[in-house]
Design a protein around this ligand. Structure first.
Ligand code: ADP
Ligand code: ADP
Length: 237
């Protein structure tokens, strides 16, 4: 479970990007994070993976407060958070399989990729995940030979290979056509339900958010202005 408690962020410039933001996300729940540009969505995501240092408040992932970790502990904690990006962030010259394995091995994986040696159980897990995201037939293709939808499927498998306790997903469909966007959203939500992973999706497309997520949190000027089901959002607007 993820618990965000009275999280506040004021940047050095004086911009208050988040004010007293609180919510919890139980296992298996997919939250769509919506709000106009500048509302604080990216800052919230970055406070949770601690790319940004919060000014006050706590972020607990299954108990431990992520905002109070040393740098060594932080590296370990980051491995518990799977990230999926708008532009996929794949290594173009590596194969699909190698990209997925890099999720598990991180920096070490980069060097292993030259040696083509990976632990067998990691490879088995990667095969299973690639099958789950529908890429069994493309395991040995280079990342730069894939379509946008296929690239995002690799991004999803790579995040899962890390065996995360939380998924943070930044605009996963912003570079995809509408049909592929729906397929990717459906896949993410199915996987979270199956595996009990909580997820937060930063998503500007409100219709997609309403169609696929379990819950919508709306931010405006750094505050939570809506927190409810997709159906409740329709009634409110
Ligand atoms: P969103 O992702 O919803 O567009 P952001 O989190 O990027 O919102 O921004 C929230 C507010 O914080 C905005 O006013 C933005 O200008 C400000 N902000 C974001 N990043 C920084 C930064 N690195 N330094 C100073 N202000 C920032
Ligand atoms: P996004 O598209 O994710 O909302 P933005 O376009 O708001 O991102 O910001 C792009 C980058 O600029 C981010 O790294 C953000 O932290 C930074 N940034 C945004 N607003 C400001 C600001 N007012 N001062 C300094 N950096 C900012």
């Amino acid at each position: 479970m993820l618990s965000v408690e009275t999280l506040t962020k004021t940047y050095k410039t004086g911009d208050r990007a988040l004010s007293d933001v609180s919510f919890t996300v139980p296992k298996g729940q997919v939250v769509g994070l919506i709000g106009p540009s500048g509302a604080g969505k990216s800052t919230l995501i970055r406070c949770i993976n601690r790319l940004v240092e919060p000014s006050a408040g706590a972020v607990r992932l299954n108990g431990a407060d992520i905002t109070r970790l040393s740098n060594t502990e932080l590296r370990r904690a980051r491995r518990r958070i799977g990230m999926i990006f708008q532009e996929y962030a794949l290594v173009e010259r590596l194969t699909v399989m190698e990209n997925v394995l890099s999720g598990r091995l991180g920096y070490v994986g980069f060097w292993r990729s030259f040696l083509r040696r990976y632990p067998a159980k990691d490879v088995q897990m990667a095969y299973r995940l690639l099958d789950r995201v529908g890429l069994s037939a493309h395991v040995d293709k280079r990342a730069d030979a894939l379509s946008g939808g296929q690239r995002q499927r690799v991004g999803i498998a790579r995040a899962l290979e890390q065996e995360p306790e939380l998924l943070l997903i930044d605009e996963p469909t912003a570079s995809l056509d509408p049909r592929t966007s729906r397929q990717i959203m459906r896949l993410i939500v199915e996987i979270c339900r199956e595996s009990g992973l909580p997820a937060i999706i930063n998503i500007h497309d409100v219709v997609l958010a309403q169609q696929f997520t379990d819950r919508i949190i709306g931010l405006q000027a750094g505050r939570v202005v809506f927190d409810g089901t997709p159906a409740q959002l329709t009634e409110d607007v």
